[in-house]
Design a protein around this ligand. Sequence first.
Ligand code: FMN
Length: 365
Amino acid sequence: MSSFGKIYRVTTYGESHCKGVGCIVDGVPPGMALTEADIQPQLSRRRPGQSKLTTPRDEKDRVTIMSGTEFGVTLGTPIGLTVPNLDQRPHDYSETDVFPRPSHADYTYLEKYGVKASSGGGRASARETIGRVAAGAIAEKYLKDALGVDIVAFTSSVGKAAMPFIRDLQENDTVKPEFYDFLNTIDRPTVDADITRCPHAETAEQIKEVILKKAEEKDSVGGTVTCVIRNCPVGLGEPCFDKLEALLAHAMLSIPATKGFEFGSGFCGTTMAGSQHNDPFVKKNDGSFGTKTNFSGGVQGGITNGENIYFRVAFKPAATISRDQETTSYDGVVGTLATRGRHDPSVVPRAVPIVESMAALVIME
Ligand SMILES: Cc1cc2nc3c(=O)[nH]c(=O)nc-3n(C[C@H](O)[C@H](O)[C@H](O)COP(=O)(O)O)c2cc1C
């Protein structure tokens, strides 16, 4: 199925080299001001061809609202959104008629459906995420206007180059108080100030070096995106199966190329003592009830506690690489796959708005 959510339901459509991609969004409240200008900024942050660190496929990704609004106001009816695919080059992928790309979706799609899009990964392409980002932008607008919810994601590591808070957790079983200040204040202009989308200058430089080196070697490299959700009301999430962490994990692991999800202290919490890891309750300066530390990541018992929600998503190195790969053809013959096409040496900087959008879909629901 191609739908996500029940109350705020998003259905995406489109493949990498068809005429266009987009989505239908059901459940947008009526009477909300909405035009393309509310959606375009996130699509432009996701689009390919933004910098020397991303794929050179040049798509402007201009969105058109096809239905569900009139005079710039939502009608409460399904909103149809469409984005044309302009820079299609299906012939770039003719080698993949013979060889399924290692660690891409060619083999599994063909086995499952008996037929597949002839080029570019079909529904497994990152073009599919345009619908998610467009629907997420609408959700974000509603959440911001109605509740002041703020969602910001950023590149936290690429390869072995990682922001200091990750090293603090991994090596010292703790985070510095500045990490919590950082989560309170980080914003999108700061994230976008560097093409890596890493808001820590020293790490950003290392990340640039890593990505450019991999691009030069016709290879790819993975990394992580961290996301914070601020001002989320207390009480979201269900106690058992629909815990907020579980819903976020579902959303994040549905993004192409994801291989891991950790919430709050995540896997690093496993080496800490309970006495270090527990978040003591405090009455804060503004009179609100909260916690002194936040290893829980803003959720306890599956339910939001009013603290910042934060989590980290792991992205693998993009499967399509331009260097020769020894593999086996569909016919079972060993050979060399030399992929041409245009690829992201690291998907991480472009994944940032996708993570924000999926987070918005979960909180909206
Ligand atoms: C923003 C973004 C860009 C991507 N760019 C590429 C790419 O250039 N080449 C590639 O092989 N995969 C790319 N991917 C990943 C594929 O969409 C996906 O990994 C692949 O179909 C295999 O599926 P899986 O890794 O999700 O199992 C990208 C993913 C994202 C989120």
